[in-house]
Design a protein around this ligand. Structure first.
Ligand code: SF4
Length: 433
C-alpha cells in the first residue's frame, strides 16, 4: 500500500487494509514481496496529482501489478493514458471496488487463520494516536477547492458508531484521538442533529455532544478542521474543564473580508477576533492552529497587510501557509487579477516570518512551565521526542526531552520546559529534575 494525501485519505487506506486483512491478505513491507500494489492517490492540487502519478509510475516500475484508488481515481482517463497497464482504478471511498479488484488480481489465499485481525482494524499510525473520521464530504463550495466534487456533500456517521470506534481504539491503547472530517463543525447537519442511544443516554449528532462524549473516554481529543460557527463557543468550556484537548484547528485561509468573500469561505464573519479573545478568557491554554493562502486571485497588498495586522491581534499559536495554486476544475481559476508568482512567494515569506515570530514568543513564554507531553519516539541515548497538548502529530511542533528513563511511546509525562525555539520546546521529565 502506498498511501498519499491527507489524514482523510489515510483513514480510507486503513479501512481498505482492514478489510483486506480480514479477508486473509498480508501487508508487504516492500514492492518486491507484494502480489499487487495499491496506490491511494491524492487529487487536491495539481502538484499532488503529479506526486500521485509519480507514485503509480514507481509502483509499475518496481512491481508491475498496480491498483489505483482515491481522489485521483476520478480521473481514470488521465491515469490510463499514462499507465495503460494499471489493473483497476476506483475513486475515493469506493472500498468495495478496491477490495474486489484485489481479489481479482491476487485471488484470496486459502488459510484457516484469516480472522486474526485486531478489532480496531489495521492502522498506519502508531498505536498511541488514531485519526477518527466523523463525516465525509462537504456542503461548502470554496472557490479554490474541488473536494465537494470529488467526495460529494456532507455525510455524517452516526454518533454511536463514532463513539464505539473511539472506545475500541482507546481500549487497544490509543491515548490521543484526532477528530477529522472536511468540516467538523458541520457534523450532523445532514442527520438533522438527530439523537442516538449511547450508554443509557441519548447523544445528538452534533459536534458539541460528540466532543463531550469522546472526552469521557479518557484520551486526548483533538478537533481538526473546525469552522468558527457560533456553536464552536460551546466546546471551549469542555476544554477549560479538561474534558477535551484545548486545541482548535481552524483553517481560516485569510482574514481580509474581501478575499474571504471571493474565496466563498464558510463562517466568514467579522467578529472572529472578539470571539478568539473570549475563548482565551474562558480557556487560557487554548492553542489555535490555522492555515492561510497567499496570492489568492485579486488579493491586493492592502488585503495582505490586513491579514498581517489581523495575525498581530489574533496571535495564533501554529500556522501553516500555501501559495495559491490553481486546481483544475476550481472556480477560483477564472477569477480576475491573478497574483504574480514572485508576489505570492514574497507574501508567503512575510507571512511565515510573522508567524514564526509569534510562535517563538509564545513558546518562550512557556519556559519554566510544566506541560503534559505524549511520547512519540524514544532514542537510545536517553532522549525522547513528544508533543504537548498544543501539538498535533506531523503538522505542529515537538517537545525534545533529555534524561528520560524507561519511557515508551504513548506514555504521557509531566515535563518541565527549559528552552524553546521558533517551533519546538525542550525539557526534562519532572521526576528527572
Ligand atoms: S470547507 Fe471549503 S475547502 Fe474545506 S472541503 Fe469544503 S469546500 Fe473544500
Amino acid at each position: 500500500m502506498v498511501s498519499l494525501g491527507c489524514p482523510k485519505a489515510l483513514v480510507d487506506s486503513e479501512r481498505i487494509l482492514t478489510k483486506l486483512r480480514s479477508d486473509g491478505y498480508g501487508l508487504s513491507p516492500d514492492f518486491d514481496g507484494a502480489d499487487v500494489v495499491l496506490v491511494n492517490t491524492c487529487g487536491f492540487l495539481d502538484s499532488a496529482k503529479e506526486e500521485s502519478l509519480e507514485a503509480i509510475g514507481e509502483a509499475i516500475a518496481e512491481n508491475g501489478r498496480v491498483i489505483v484508488t482515491g481522489c485521483m481515481g476520478n480521473e481514470a482517463d488521465l491515469i490510463r493514458d499514462r499507465f495503460p497497464d494499471v489493473l483497476a482504478i476506483s475513486g475515493p471511498q469506493q472500498y468495495e471496488d478496491v477490495v474486489n479488484a484485489v481479489h481479482d488480481a491476487a485471488p484470496m489465499p486459502r488459510s484457516p487463520y484469516v480472522n486474526l485481525v485486531p478489532e480496531t482494524g489495521l492502522k498506519l499510525t502508531p498505536r498511541h494516536y488514531s485519526y477518527v473520521k466523523i463525516s465525509e464530504g462537504c456542503n461548502h463550495r470554496c472557490a479554490f477547492c474541488i473536494i465537494p466534487s470529488i467526495r460529494g456533500d456532507l455525510v455524517s456517521r452516526r454518533p454511536d458508531a463514532v463513539l464505539r470506534e473511539a472506545e475500541k481504539l482507546v481500549a487497544a491503547g490509543t491515548k490521543e484521538l484526532l477528530i477529522i472530517s472536511q468540516d467538523t463543525s458541520a457534523y450532523g447537519v445532514d442527520l438533522r442533529h438527530a439523537e442516538w442511544p449511547w450508554k443509557g443516554e441519548n447523544v445528538r449528532a452534533h459536534m458539541t455532544d460528540l466532543a463531550r462524549e469522546l472526552g469521557k473516554l479518557g484520551a486526548w481529543v483533538r478537533l481538526h478542521y473546525v469552522y468558527p460557527y457560533p456553536h464552536v463557543d460551546q466546546v471551549i468550556p469542555l476544554m477549560a474543564d479538561g474534558l477535551i484537548t484545548p486545541y482548535l484547528d481552524i483553517p481560516f485561509q485569510h482574514a481580509s473580508p474581501r478575499v474571504l468573500k471571493a474565496m466563498k469561505r464558510p463562517a466568514n464573519e467579522a467578529k472572529v477576533l472578539e470571539r478568539i479573545a473570549k475563548w482565551r478568557e474562558i480557556c487560557p491554554d487554548l492553542t489555535i492552529r490555522s492555515t492561510f493562502i497567499t496570492g489568492f486571485p485579486g488579493e491586493t497588498e492592502e488585503d495582505f497587510q490586513y491579514l498581517l495586522d489581523w495575525l498581530d491581534e489574533a496571535q495564533l499559536d501554529r500556522v501553516g501557509a500555501f501559495r495559491f495554486e490553481p486546481v483544475e476544475g476550481a472556480r477560483a481559476n477564472s477569477l480576475p487579477d491573478p497574483v504574480a508568482e514572485e508576489v505570492k512567494e514574497e507574501r508567503y515569506a512575510r507571512l511565515m516570518d510573522k508567524c514564526a515570530a509569534i510562535s517563538a514568543a509564545k513558546l518562550k513564554a512557556k519556559i519554566g512551565s510544566t506541560q503534559q507531553v505524549i511520547i512519540d519516539l524514544v532514542d537510545e541515548d536517553g532522549g525522547a521526542t513528544g508533543r504537548s497538548q498544543a501539538d498535533a502529530p506531523e503538522i505542529d511542533g515537538e517537545v525534545h526531552l533529555r534524561d528520560t528513563s524507561e519511557l515508551e511511546p504513548g506514555d504521557i509525562v509531566s515535563v518541565k520546559i527549559e528552552d524553546a525555539d521558533a517551533h519546538d520546546l525542550f525539557g526534562v521529565p519532572v521526576n528527572a529534575t
